[in-house]
Design a protein around this ligand. Structure first.
Ligand SMILES: Cc1cc2nc3c(=O)[nH]c(=O)nc-3n(C[C@H](O)[C@H](O)[C@H](O)COP(=O)(O)OP(=O)(O)OC[C@H]3O[C@@H](n4cnc5c(N)ncnc54)[C@H](O)[C@@H]3O)c2cc1C
Length: 474
C-alpha cells in the first residue's frame, strides 16, 4: 500500500474509532502478530517476524465496529478480530495484513439479570470479569476454561470454547441466549431473543465457531446459574481406559457430573503425579458432582456403585479437591510444555464406539513415525453419546529443527498425520480449540462436498472476502 493511500485510510479509521484508539506503532503491530499457536511462537523465537497488520483499531461498540468494517469493505482490506490473543490455532494472526480489530474496549457489562438468568456484556470482556459480576449477585457463569483470565467472551464464542464443568452445564454454545453481530458489510444484526426455537435455523449457531470469518460478535447475553448447594469431588483409579469408558458411559445415562476428567496412564504418571500427587499406576479419573444436597447424595451412590462394578479404586475426595484447586496450575510454566519443545493439542471428539479406537490409532501413528514424540491424553468433556479427547504430542527441544522452515515442516507433518488418523477413525477435526490457520487445510478433508455450505454462507455474507482470510479453510 502506498503512503498516500495508507494515510488516507488511517484518517478514516481514526475518524471511526478516535485517534487514540487507532495505532500503527511497531510495538502494537508486533504484539498483535503471534497468538498461542506454536508455529507463531516458534517463528518469533527463531528471530523471524510474523505477518503484521497495518492498523490496530479498537472500537468501543457495534456502531464503531460497523464504521471500521465499512471502510475495510470499501478499500477491500482484510480484517482480523483479536480478543485475548490466547487462541492456539493462529485464528487471530493477521496473516494477510490489513486491520486488526481488537475487541478489548468492548468490555462493558451492561446487565446482570438474575430473573432472566443472563449477563449482557460486550464480547471484549475477559471471561473472568463476567464471572466476578455474576458472583457479586450470588450466581456463576459455570464456564471455567483454563484460559478464563486471558480470553474474551467473543473469543470463546468464535472458537466454540469449553470449560471444566461442561459435562453438567454445557459448552459455550449452550450458554448464550442472544448475540449482536456486525456483518462484514457493516450491518448490525441481532440473533433471536432465545435459542431452541423453531423460527428457522438458529442464527447463533451460524456465528458461533465461525472464528471471525463471518463478522464480529460485539455483544452477547450469557447464561448464569445458581451456585450449587454442594460440590463434591471423588478421585478414582482405573486399571485400563476401556473400563473407565464403559463406567463413564453408564453413569452418563443416569446423571451428569460437572467435572469428568480421565487421564491416560502416561498423563497419570506424569502431570497427575506431579501436580495432584497420585503415585499409583493406572488411569486417574476425577469426578465432581454438584447441586441440591439430596440429589447429590443420590448421584454419589450411583457413581460409587457403577464405578466399583468396573473395578475402579476409590481414592476418596482428597485428589479430586486438589485437582480442582490446581486446575489452572497445569498451564503454569514448569508444568506446561513450552519452546524449545514442540507440542500441540489435537483435540477431537467422537461417540463412545469410536473414541478409544481413535486414541490408540493416533498414539500408534504418531509414536511409530516419530519415535522421539510422546503422545499423552486426557478425556475432559463427556456427553451421553461420547467424549472429547485432549490429546497432545510433545517433542523435546533436541529433536526440534533449529531452521524455522524445517521446524514448520515437521510440525505440519505431525498434525496432518494425527488429524487424518482421527478422521479415518470417525473423529472430528477439532473439539474446542477451533481451526484457525492451523487446521484450515483439513476442513475440506473432513467435510468433502458439505464444505460448499460454509463456502456459500461465506460468499454471501462476505463477498469481498475481507473477514479473517485463510482461516477455517475459507
Ligand atoms: C493456557 C491456555 C489454556 C486454554 N484452555 C482452554 C480451555 O480450557 N477451553 C477452551 O475452550 N480454550 C482454551 N484455550 C484456548 C483459548 O483460550 C480459546 O481458543 C479462546 O476461545 C480464545 O479466546 P481469545 O479471546 O483469546 O481469542 P483470540 O485468540 O483473540 O481469537 C480467537 C479467534 O476468535 C476470533 N474472535 C475473537 N473475538 C471475536 C469476536 N468478538 N467476534 C468474532 N470473532 C472473534 C478471532 O478472529 C480468532 O479467529 C486455552 C488457551 C491457553 C493459552
Amino acid at each position: 500500500m502506498n503512503d498516500f493511500l495508507f494515510t488516507q485510510i488511517l484518517t478514516e479509521l481514526e475518524d471511526a474509532v478516535g485517534r487514540e484508539n487507532c495505532s500503527v506503532k511497531e510495538i502494537d503491530k508486533a504484539t498483535h502478530s503471534a497468538d498461542f499457536f506454536w508455529l507463531s511462537r516458534m517463528w518469533v523465537d527463531r528471530g523471524r517476524r510474523m505477518p503484521e497488520a497495518d492498523f490496530i483499531v479498537s472500537p468501543a461498540d457495534a456502531q464503531e465496529t460497523s464504521k471500521v468494517l465499512k471502510i475495510a469493505n470499501y478499500y477491500k482490506i482484510p480484517v482480523t478480530t483479536w480478543g485475548g490473543g490466547a487462541g492456539s490455532q493462529g485464528g487471530a494472526i493477521p496473516v494477510a495484513g490489513g486491520i486488526i480489530l481488537d475487541t478489548k474496549r468492548m468490555n462493558k457489562i451492561y446487565e446482570v439479570n438474575t430473573e432472566g438468568m443472563y449477563i449482557e456484556c460486550g464480547t471484549g470482556a475477559i471471561y473472568k470479569h463476567i464471572e466476578w459480576a455474576a458472583n457479586e449477585k450470588g450466581f456463576a457463569t459455570m464456564h471455567y476454561p483454563s484460559s478464563l483470565t486471558c480470553s474474551t467472551v467473543g473469543g470463546f464464542l468464535a472458537h466454540r470454547g469449553i470449560g471444566v464443568v461442561s459435562t453438567k452445564y454445557g459448552k459455550i454454545d449452550d450458554m448464550v441466549l442472544q448475540m449482536e453481530v456486525v456483518l462484514p458489510n457493516g450491518d448490525i444484526i441481532y440473533t433471536s431473543a432465545t435459542p431452541k426455537h423453531a423460527a428457522g435455523p438458529d442464527l447463533n449457531q451460524i456465528f458461533i465457531g465461525s472464528e471471525g470469518t463471518l463478522g464480529v460478535i460485539t455483544k452477547a447475553q450469557i447464561r448464569i446459574f445458581e451456585q450449587p448447594e454442594v460440590r463434591r469431588f471423588r478421585g478414582f483409579l482405573f486399571k485400563d481406559m476401556t473400563s473407565a469408558f464403559n463406567a463413564s458411559r453408564e453413569v452418563l445415562q443416569k446423571f451428569k457430573p460437572s467435572v469428568m476428567r480421565l487421564y491416560d496412564e502416561a498423563e497419570t504418571a506424569s502431570l497427575i503425579k506431579k501436580i495432584v500427587g497420585v503415585s499409583k499406576p493406572g488411569a486417574f479419573m476425577n469426578i465432581a458432582y454438584e447441586g441440591v444436597k439430596e440429589l447429590v447424595d443420590v448421584e454419589e451412590k450411583i457413581l460409587l456403585d457403577t464405578f466399583s462394578k468396573y473395578g475402579a479404586e476409590d481414592l476418596g475426595s482428597e485428589y479430586g479437591e486438589k485437582w480442582w484447586n490446581e486446575k489452572i496450575t497445569f498451564f503454569y510454566p514448569g508444568h506446561m510444555m513450552d519452546i524449545p519443545q514442540m507440542f500441540g493439542t489435537m483435540d477431537t471428539i467422537a461417540p463412545y464406539d469410536k473414541i478409544e479406537k481413535i486414541y490408540w490409532a493416533m498414539k500408534e501413528a504418531i509414536e511409530t513415525k516419530y519415535p522421539y514424540a510422546k503422545f499423552i491424553a486426557h478425556f475432559s468433556h463427556w456427553y451421553e453419546w461420547g467424549a472429547m479427547m485432549y490429546d497432545r504430542f510433545i517433542i523435546d527441544g533436541e529433536y526440534v529443527p533449529e531452521d524455522p522452515v524445517e521446524a514448520m515442516r515437521l510440525h505440519n507433518e505431525i498434525w496432518t498425520l494425527g488429524i487424518r488418523t482421527a478422521l479415518a477413525n470417525g473423529g472430528v477435526v477439532n473439539d474446542h480449540h477451533g481451526v484457525g490457520i492451523k487446521l484450515g487445510r483439513m476442513m475440506k478433508e473432513q467435510y468433502g462436498p458439505a464444505m460448499q455450505v460454509f463456502e456459500g454462507i461465506k460468499r454471501s455474507l462476505d463477498p469481498n472476502g475481507i473477514m479473517n482470510p485463510y482461516k477455517l479453510g475459507l
